[in-house]
Design a protein around this ligand. Structure first.
Ligand SMILES: C[S@@+](CC[C@H](N)C(=O)[O-])C[C@H]1O[C@@H](n2cnc3c(N)ncnc32)[C@H](O)[C@@H]1O
Length: 212
């Protein structure tokens, strides 16, 4: 997908009312940020933000946080928010590896959508479903853990099914073709997904939970 570096992205990001630019200060206090006790859902690597913005509009009784480490992509999301008032949405510009410095047992659902597959063995630890990430998620989830993943990448999907089940997650739903599944799954498309949908590429989907 085309990627353009935006001039002054760091300034635009810093000045947006949607951005929390010192997220570590709110560790354990995110309900104060949203001023309610509603569930908080987190998307890792939100890209240009269509998914998290549409989720925040569709589910006003949940709170959403979009995390992205690329400032230029963050600017794309901020621009879409200019004329919207979404009190249940915040954005943070930071590396996903730092989420344990930002949240303490506060997250209800983590969305992993079209994450980089990192196909080389040497990069395996960068995959968002690597065991190291699953251990990191333990620190941010409330008691129950809930991960929703979508990807067009068969290898990443198979890998994620394996790492999650080896870590005792169970699967509420799995689909090998989300858009044509005979049991319809409620879905809001991400930026990448819109492109793949046009190209008629099958999207793999899983909804995994872990509860004691
Ligand atoms: C392939 S894009 C998918 C974007 C979006 N989730 C979608 O479905 O359209 C992956 C995104 O994850 C971001 N990303 C990759 N690794 C990251 C990390 N460690 N922390 C935060 N964001 C990351 C990239 O900058 C990129 O925007």
């Amino acid at each position: 997908m085309e990627y353009i570096k935006i001039k002054n992205a760091d300034q635009i990001v810093k000045n947006s009312i949607y951005i929390i630019d010192n997220p570590t200060a709110f560790k354990g206090k995110w309900k104060n940020v949203f001023k309610n006790n509603n569930p908080i859902d987190l998307q890792l690597g939100m890209g240009r933000g269509d998914f998290i913005i549409e989720m925040a509009k569709a589910y006003p009784n949940r709170n959403f946080i979009g995390l992205e480490n690329n400032e230029s992509k963050m600017v794309n999301a901020i621009k879409k928010l200019e004329f919207l008032k979404l009190p249940n949405l915040k954005l943070i510009c930071i590396d996903a590896q730092k989420i344990d410095q930002i949240f303490n047992k506060e997250i209800d659902t983590i969305y992993l959508t079209f994450s980089e597959p990192w196909p080389k063995k040497i990069d395996e630890k960068k995959r968002f479903t690597h065991i190291n990430y699953l251990k990191l998620y333990d620190k941010v989830f409330k008691k129950k853990k809930h991960i929703i993943l979508k990807t067009d990448n068969k290898i990443l999907f198979a890998y994620s099914l394996e790492t999650l089940s080896n870590y005792w997650y169970t699967f509420k739903r799995v689909s090998l073709d989300l858009h044509n599944d005979e049991n319809k799954i409620p879905n809001i498309m991400t930026n990448y997904e819109k492109q793949y949908f046009k190209e008629k590429r099958p999207i793999f989907y899983l909804d995994a939970i872990f509860e004691d």
